[in-house]
Write a protein that binds this ligand. Structure first.
Ligand code: XLS
Ligand code: NI
Ligand code: NI
Length: 443
C-alpha cells in the first residue's frame, strides 16, 4: 500500500492556540475535558467518503481539478475502489478523527447488476472492517446513493415506476446490512430526489404513500437483522428536485407522525439544509431536540450569497456555539456526531487542502464547544427564559393547561379579573450582547 498524503505526519498534532503550524489543531484536543466529557466524545467528528475521496472537483462547467489518482478514468473499478479505501483510511488515521460515513457507491463499484454490486460491496466491506480494526476508526453511518444514476431521475421510493422502488429497496437492504456488519452507529436516508419538478406530472399523495411504505420496510428490516442504531432522515428543502418532500425537521416530523413512523426515525440535520429552508441551523437543531427526533449533524455550511448547497467547511464559532449550547443543554450527542459532508473549493487542488478544510472545521467546532460550555455555565439565557415564562408555572398558567379547563372558563376569568396585561421587553439586543460577552470570553 503506497502512502498518499506524504506531506502530512502520521498524526496531525494538537499544538495549542498560538501555534503557527498550519497542519495542527489549535483548539481541538480530543482528551480535553469539557463539561465533564472528552472533547472527542462531545463532538464525535466524522469524515465523509464522497466529497473527500469520490469527487474529482468537477462542476457543471468543468472537469475535475483535484489530484485523486484512484478516480482517473480507465482504471479497473475494483482496484480503484481499493486504492481509494487505502487513501481514505490513511487520511482518517492521520487526521485522528474517530468516525467516517459512506454511500454504497463510494465504497464499491456498481458493476452491471444488483448482484454484482452486492458482491463488490461485500468485498469492500470486508476490507473496510479490517482497516477499521487496524486504525480504530469507526463508522458513524452508512447510506445508499439513490439519486446519481439516471434511473432515479424521478425519485427512488417516490418514483412513478415500482421497478425503481424495488431497485432502491435492494440498494438500501445491502447498504443497511453493510452498515450493520461494520458496527455503524446510525443509518441515514437523505431523500435524494424524493420530491418533484412539476405538479403537472405528479401525484403528491401517491408519492407520499410510497415513501412511507419504503420507510416502513426499511424499519422492519432493521429490526429483522438486529441493527440497533437509529435510522436518520436528512431533511433538505430543495436541490436536486425543485421541491423535496423532506423539506425541514417539522415537515419530516409531521410526515412520520402521519404514517405512524415517529418511533422508528430521527433526523440528521445539515447546517446548510437548515438555512436553505429559511431557518437558522439553531432553529432546526432546537426543533429536533424539543420533539425527541434529534439524531446527528452534517456540519457543512452554505454561503449567504448563494441559494444552493455549497457544502463548505464550518467557520462560524458564533453559529456553532448556539447550536452546541442547545445540544449540551439537552444532554449531548448519543449515537450522532458532527459529520463533515463538506467539500473543498475547486481551486483547492493540493492533497494537503483536504487536511486544512477538516482541521479548520474541527477547530471551529471545538471553539464552539468551549463557548457553549461557557454559555451553559453562565446560565444567562436559561435564567432569562425561565423568568420570561414564569407565569406558566403560576396558578393561571397551570389552570389554562389543565385539560379540564375550557375556553369559556379562561374567557370568564380574563373578563372577571379585568385582565389588561402590559407588554414586556424581549431584551433581544441585551441578550445578543450577553451571548457575545460569554462567547468572546471563551475565545
Ligand atoms: C445532500 C446531502 C447528502 C447526504 C448523504 O445534500 O447532504 O450528501 O448527506 O446522502
Ligand atoms: Ni447537503
Ligand atoms: Ni448531508
Amino acid at each position: 500500500m503506497s502512502e498518499f498524503f506524504t506531506d502530512v505526519p502520521a498524526r496531525v498534532p494538537t499544538a495549542g492556540s498560538d501555534s503557527e503550524d498550519g497542519l495542527a489543531f489549535r483548539v481541538y484536543d480530543p482528551d480535553r475535558i469539557v463539561a465533564g466529557k472528552r472533547m472527542e466524545d462531545h463532538l464525535r467528528p466524522s469524515v465523509c467518503y464522497w466529497h473527500s475521496f469520490s469527487w474529482a472537483g468537477n462542476d457543471v462547467f468543468g472537469a475535475g481539478t483535484f489530484d485523486r489518482p484512484w478516480i482517473e478514468p480507465g482504471l479497473d473499478p475494483l482496484e480503484a475502489a481499493e486504492a481509494k479505501q487505502d487513501a481514505a483510511f490513511e487520511f482518517f488515521s492521520k487526521l485522528g478523527t474517530p468516525f467516517f460515513t459512506f454511500h454504497d457507491v463510494d465504497l464499491a463499484p456498481q458493476g452491471s447488476s444488483l448482484r454484482e454490486f452486492r458482491s463488490n460491496l461485500d468485498r469492500l466491506v470486508d476490507r473496510a472492517a479490517q482497516k477499521m480494526e487496524e486504525t480504530g476508526v469507526e463508522l458513524l453511518w452508512g447510506t445508499a446513493n439513490l439519486f446519481s444514476h439516471p434511473r432515479y431521475a424521478a425519485g427512488a421510493a417516490t418514483n412513478p415506476d415500482p421497478e425503481v422502488f424495488a431497485h432502491a429497496a435492494a440498494q438500501v437492504r445491502n447498504a443497511l446490512e453493510a452498515t450493520h456488519r461494520l458496527g455503524g452507529a446510525n443509518y441515514t436516508l437523505w431523500g435524494g430526489r424524493e420530491g418533484y419538478e412539476t405538479l403537472l406530472n405528479t401525484r403528491m399523495r401517491q408519492e407520499g404513500d410510497q415513501l412511507a411504505r419504503f420507510l416502513e420496510l426499511v424499519a422492519a428490516h432493521k429490526r429483522d437483522i438486529g441493527f440497533s442504531g437509529p435510522l436518520l432522515i436528512e431533511p433538505k428543502p430543495q436541490e436536486p428536485t425543485k421541491h423535496q418532500y423532506d423539506y425541514d425537521c417539522a415537515a419530516v416530523h409531521a410526515f412520520l407522525e402521519r404514517y405512524d413512523l415517529e418511533a422508528e426515525y430521527k433526523v440528521n440535520i445539515e447546517a446548510n439544509h437548515a438555512t436553505l429552508a429559511g431557518h437558522s441551523f439553531q432553529h432546526e437543531v432546537s426543533y429536533a431536540l424539543d420533539h425527541g427526533i434529534f439524531g446527528s449533524i452534517d456540519a457543512n455550511r452554505g454561503d449567504p450569497q448563494n441559494g444552493w448547497d455549497t457544502d463548505q467547511f464550518p467557520n462560524s464559532v458564533e453559529e456553532l456555539s448556539l447550536v452546541l449550547h442547545e445540544i449540551l443543554r439537552s444532554g449531548g450527542l448519543t449515537t450522532g456526531g458532527f459529520n463533515f459532508d463538506a467539500k473543498l473549493r475547486r481551486q483547492s487542488l493540493d492533497r494537503v487542502d483536504l487536511f486544512h478544510g477538516h482541521v479548520g472545521g474541527i477547530d471551529t467546532l471545538a471553539q464552539g464547544l468551549l463557548a457553549a460550555e461557557a454559555l451553559l455555565t453562565d446560565g444567562v439565557l436559561e435564567s432569562f427564559r425561565d423568568q420570561r415564562y414564569a407565569g406558566w408555572d403560576g396558578e393561571l398558567g397551570r389552570s389554562i393547561m389543565d385539560p379540564a379547563t375550557d375556553l369559556a372558563a379562561v374567557a370568564d376569568r380574563a373578563t372577571d379579573a379585568g385582565l389588561d396585561p402590559s407588554p414586556v421587553s424581549g431584551r433581544q439586543e441585551w441578550l445578543e450582547n450577553e451571548v457575545n460577552r460569554v462567547v468572546w470570553s471563551a475565545i
